[in-house]
Design a binder for this molecule. Structure first.
Ligand code: SF4
Length: 500
């Protein structure tokens, strides 16, 4: 049976300000007159690169920059070593510099440190060998800085010489601390060790948030390009918090095999992941569930009712608030819309009946609740009639067979009972799992639950057969509308005034 699925996009995921700034600069320069070149992918996300390519942004390599003359070239947020600026100047290239200010500051810091301490000291950079930002940082030291990615790489370090230790902006803070400790332990006496936490908080600040996002979802789709460093770090955090976290780069990778038991599905991403891409992934997930729902909805009336009621009961209990109503997900006038609305009314009424039984309730509050229950009773009857109208439209013109009979109730009143049964099953199930209840209580609830489920099966069977009989003319439909007396002042002596 299809369950209600909620797909959420992490509000804190998506481009950091460094990437936003670079893309804005590119979009401003892409005026359609002159080609704008970008040295390396503007962002580690091939789909965003493709979007900008269609607007005229051409990605080039350093080798291609060497061939270019009199053009304009954008330097992305990662930054570049001084040699790139020299090459651009030599080739009369106009630089559009989109280096992130955080990276620029780090380059400056490393540059100053190198000038101060060279040749006595060593500059060590905790980062990914060959990464564009790291290349730009190493460039500040005339290529002398040592890049370390892991503890094993510390074998490249000379512990008898002074060390200045920096980090690539997008590296892991926890990893950086481990490295600092490892270096400290191996230092020879008298050696000066200075370390600088240069990790960008746009990444590290996202870690607690993304962990929370991962644990509060049944399944997480982490969207990022395979080359994104912070993508790998953030994805690892997701996976550690929730093993059902999947790394994908494209909506098509969602696949058709979504976990059946997932209710809350999260979509998040790296600082290089565009919001529009996460939205596409969320859309794809919803699409897959809708196809599943549609396939189920093509089945019998009882199946349709069970799907809609299960979804409505689950929707209602997301907030469990009698004053809140989620938008009806089905098209107005459709059967599904009426069934969903019907069940929502029943769910509110069910919980109001609980509230009014609270021994502490104030009398004036109880009266308000009672009035609301009365109004809902009317709404409920109206909805039943609207559902019968739907069936009448479908089968009202069927000519009954000779000797055709009439049922004790209309299809919509059977549907009404099925809706109430759904609520009973839901709550009995909860009772049977209560942590604070005795084993006897839970066992008794399980026994009742099995009876309720049997009753539900029988009702579904009877309902489907009633519909077949109506469709084939063995039974005919007749509705009797608005026979309620208690809400009608003309029929209720109290409402019209006993002596009136
Ligand atoms: S992650 Fe930080 S340093 Fe890197 S581009 Fe974004 S804002 Fe700049």
């Amino acid at each position: 049976m299809i369950k209600k699925v909620k797909v959420e996009i992490d509000r804190n995921s998506g481009f950091c300000f460094g990437v936003v700034n670079a893309i804005k600069k590119a979009e401003t320069e892409l005026d359609g007159r002159e080609t704008l070149y970008c040295l390396g992918d503007i962002v580690h996300n091939s789909l965003e690169v493709e979007r900008l390519r269609k607007l005229g942004l051409r990605t080039i390599t350093l080798g291609e920059l060497g061939e270019l003359r009199n053009r304009k070239v954008l330097l992305r947020a990662h930054g570049e070593p001084p040699s790139t600026y020299q090459l651009a100047q030599k080739n009369n290239i106009r630089i559009i510099d989109a280096t992130c200010p955080v990276v620029l500051r780090l380059q400056q810091k490393i540059h100053n440190c190198y000038r101060r301490n060279s040749p006595k000291g060593q500059i060590i950079i905790y980062g990914k060998e060959g990464h564009a930002e790291v290349n730009g940082l190493v460039g500040q030291t005339e290529g002398t800085a040592i890049v370390v990615e892991s503890l094993a790489d510390l074998s490249k370090v000379d512990f008898s010489r002074d060390i200045s230790f920096f980090s690539q902006t997008t590296n892991s803070l926890a990893g950086f601390k481990v490295m600092v400790e490892a270096i400290r332990k191996q230092l020879e006496q008298g050696v000066t060790f200075s370390w600088y936490d240069t990790i960008c908080r746009q990444v590290s600040n996202r870690i607690p948030g993304i962990k929370l996002f991962a644990v509060t979802h049944d399944v997480v789709y982490f969207v990022a390009g395979s080359k994104s460093s912070n993508g790998r770090i953030l994805y690892d955090c997701c996976r550690n918090a929730n093993p059902r976290s999947f790394f994908i780069s494209h909506p098509d990778e969602v696949g058709d095999l979504l976990p059946e038991d997932a209710i809350r599905i999260g979509v998040c991403g790296a600082t290089s992941t565009p919001k529009w891409l996460m939205e596409q992934v969320a859309g794809r997930i919803k699409e897959i569930y809708q196809i599943k729902e549609k396939a189920e909805l093509d089945k019998s009336l009882s199946t349709v009712c069970c799907i809609i009621f299960d979804r409505a009961v689950s929707d209602y209990h997301l907030d469990d608030d009698v004053n809140y109503e989620l938008p009806n997900p089905w098209e107005e006038e459709s059967l599904e819309h009426r069934l969903y609305r019907k069940h929502w009314i029943d769910a509110i009424q069910w919980h109001l009946e609980d509230l009014i039984r609270d021994p502490q309730i104030r009398p004036e509050e109880a009266l308000k609740v009672k009035r609301r229950i009365d109004r809902l009773n009317q709404d409920r009857t109206n909805m039943v009639e609207q559902i019968d109208d739907y069936f009448m439209k479908q089968y009202g013109s069927t000519v009954p067979l000779p000797g055709a009979g009439i049922n004790t109730e209309t299809p919509a009143w059977a549907v009404d009972r099925l809706s109430i049964l759904t609520l009973k099953v839901y709550h009995m199930n909860l009772e049977s799992m209560r942590h604070d209840a005795s084993e006897e209580h839970k066992f008794a609830c399980l026994t009742k639950l099995s009876v309720l489920l049997e009753q539900k099966n029988d009702l579904c069977y009877a309902l489907d057969h009633l519909m077949i009989d109506i469709r084939e003319g063995r039974k005919y439909m007749k509705t009797y509308k608005q026979m309620k007396m208690y809400n009608d002042p003309a029929l209720n002596p109290v409402l019209r005034g006993k002596n009136g």
